[in-house]
Design a protein around this ligand. Structure first.
Ligand code: 10D
Ligand code: SF4
Length: 340
């Protein structure tokens, strides 16, 4: 803008309402170590083997991530019978049951398992409790891929419990040999309420050896709790089928936010949500790329909100190595290239 031109979009004198406006940004938010590894796995597989690379289910529950990988040559399928014999298929971060591994072997598919190691940990716990002949109560959401994969480790021993309301109907063989496990992306507070209700019925209930709700889920819930009480509006970036993202909006409301909405991107924000809103708190689920969050901040800035202030409640530094079968192929390709 030159010389004495006046920018009408930027009034020099702020109204009292604008002067009070604030945008708080949760930290940590966005990609966790398991999602980062799973997305890089598909990218590297595309680089190494060339398109198409098949992926069973959405690699992570984010429509933008899926669309981006599709544009690079990934083909997402619901079941293995959609993958041509002999092709490469990546298993999603949410994990698969042993039956899926068996089907892939039968179909002669080359598999790369991008299951998050923290989901695999829950699979191991399920196998161990089942081997010790416990009845296992798996707290989680019916139909979620992670629950299907974990339950498939020991279908005879595992029953799903979706919340305290299910507890009265639980039937076990021996009330003294009952253990619980959970999906990794649940609300910590809701899960503890469910466990308390289960323990009331089965006082000898055995706990998992360590938290099944993972560090990333816990940290993101803690971070949004910290900036919800003063929020007139909380915007959670994440897809509708992303369990951990949906939980963040619920946790925000429970922590005192006046309103909370989940959006896939800034394009889904409704102008009316901002009516009379001074403080907006923003976060994103574990499967959400940061550029989508920046898009939301840009949307708010265009409407006069100030720069976001990050509120840090935990530091994260966990990184997972890529799946061993992919690392092996990358090493072999590097060796071949060096030798040629
Ligand atoms: O639905 P969700 O929260 O379990 O999955 P999303 O892909 O959104 O986030 C990553 C979490 C995984 C892979 C489960 F551990
Ligand atoms: Fe792994 Fe937790 Fe991320 Fe799920 S949310 S992929 S369990 S780190």
């Amino acid at each position: 803008m030159s010389g004495d031109q006046v920018d009408l979009a930027m009034p020099a004198v702020l109204s009292p309402e604008e002067a009070e406006q604030a945008v708080l940004l949760a930290a940590p938010r966005g990609y966790c170590a398991g999602v980062d590894r799973a997305v890089i796995t598909v990218e590297k597989a595309l680089d190494l083997y060339g398109a198409p690379v098949y992926v069973r289910k959405q690699i992570v529950h984010n429509k933008h991530v899926v669309a981006n990988l599709e544009s690079r040559g990934a083909i997402f399928v619901e079941e293995l019978d959609e993958v041509p014999t002999g092709q490469t298929v990546v298993f999603s971060a949410h994990g698969v049951s042993p039956a899926v591994h068996a089907e892939a072997a039968e179909r002669d598919l080359k598999t790369i398992d991008a299951t998050c190691p923290l989901v695999t940990k829950v699979h191991h716990e399920a196998k161990r409790f089942a081997a010790e002949d416990y009845d296992i109560l798996l707290i989680g959401h019916e139909g979620h891929e992670e629950v299907e994969g974990t339950a498939g480790e020991a279908p005879e021993h595992i029953q799903l419990v979706q919340g305290p309301e299910d507890v009265a109907g639980i039937v076990v063989r021996d009330p003294n040999r009952v253990a619980w496990l959970s999906q990794t992306t649940l609300s910590v507070d809701e899960t503890m309420a469910t466990v308390a209700a289960i323990r009331e019925r089965f006082p000898a209930l055995l706990d998992p050896p360590s938290d099944d709700i993972c560090y990333a889920t816990q940290n993101r819930q803690m971070a949004i709790k910290e900036i919800s009480p003063e929020a007139d509006l909380v915007i959670v970036v994440g897809s509708a089928n992303s369990s951990n993202s949906v939980r963040l909006a619920e946790v925000a409301l429970e922590a005192g936010a006046k309103a909370a909405y989940r959006v896939d991107d800034a394009g889904e924000i409704e102008e009316a949500w901002l009516d009379g809103v001074q403080t907006v708190s923003v976060t994103s689920g574990a499967s959400v790329p940061e550029d989508l969050v920046q898009g939301v901040l840009g949307f708010l800035a265009e409407r006069g909100y100030p720069d976001a202030r990050a509120v840090h409640s935990a530091e994260e530094s966990l990184i997972f190595a890529l799946p061993p079968e992919l690392r092996r192929d990358i090493r072999a390709a590097e060796k071949a290239a060096a030798g040629s």
